[in-house]
Design a protein around this ligand. Structure first.
Ligand code: SF4
Length: 211
């Protein structure tokens, strides 16, 4: 799927916004750190376990300019912004990153890695999905690999994903699919203890019942 240039909003680039809010990053390397979340609409990947299915279509979401998004984030007092979706990279994120950096904010990206990389990022977390091949640019650009594990078969998928990245390039996290945690969490813990190149990622925001 081609990257969609952000449509004009007045003179500025604009993006379909699902929601934006200040909270804590719940998972992965930045878990527990305060961050402003910008959730953009649109995702062609369509995972079975997706907990953001409302984001799959861009229809019905307001277009908000990069400048306005950066202004809202800066006014929140957050030190960093997590740009997520949906799959945010279906949009050209160059203008959004420029606006966020101009506002003094760190830019963190959450992506499946299946779309062309745009924007300048301080941290890139790639969470690959079945049937959505990784784009080559991420092999050197990513900082963090986070694989969602729903069944034992996903360990082989996780190892295949890890081999895609330059050796030692990314921190490697396994994260139990929320709906399978009762059965799979002990299995994931055992796997990490016998494969210590992996770390455990927990969706702490779900345990805490915060956004
Ligand atoms: S890539 Fe993310 S937003 Fe898209 S369907 Fe999968 S889990 Fe949902």
């Amino acid at each position: 799927m081609a990257v969609v240039p952000p449509p004009a909003c007045g003179e500025a680039a604009a993006y379909p916004l699902v929601e934006a809010f200040y909270s804590l990053q719940g998972e992965g390397f930045h878990s527990g750190m305060p961050a402003y979340f910008i959730r953009l609409a649109g995702c062609p990947v369509r995972c079975d376990f997706c907990d953001s299915k409302q984001t799959w279509s861009v229809t019905g979401f307001p277009r908000v300019s990069a400048h306005e998004l950066a202004d809202r984030a800066a006014r929140s007092g957050a030190p960093a912004v997590v740009v997520t979706g949906g799959e945010p990279l279906i949009h050209d994120l160059t203008a959004l990153c420029e606006a966020l950096h101009a506002a003094g904010l760190a830019c963190w990206l959450e992506t499946s890695g299946s779309q062309p990389l745009t924007g300048r990022w301080d941290w890139i977390c790639v969470s690959p999905k079945h049937g959505a091949p990784l784009q080559a640019a991420f092999s050197r650009a990513a900082n963090e690999l986070k694989v969602v594990v729903a069944s034992e078969a996903d360990f082989a998928f996780a190892e295949t994903c890890a081999r895609f990245f330059e050796a030692g390039r990314v921190l490697q996290f396994l994260q139990c699919e929320w709906g399978e945690a009762g059965r799979m969490q002990p299995v994931v813990i055992d796997y990490i203890m016998s494969h210590p190149q992996w770390r455990l990622s927990l969706q702490t925001h779900k345990f805490l019942d915060i956004r």
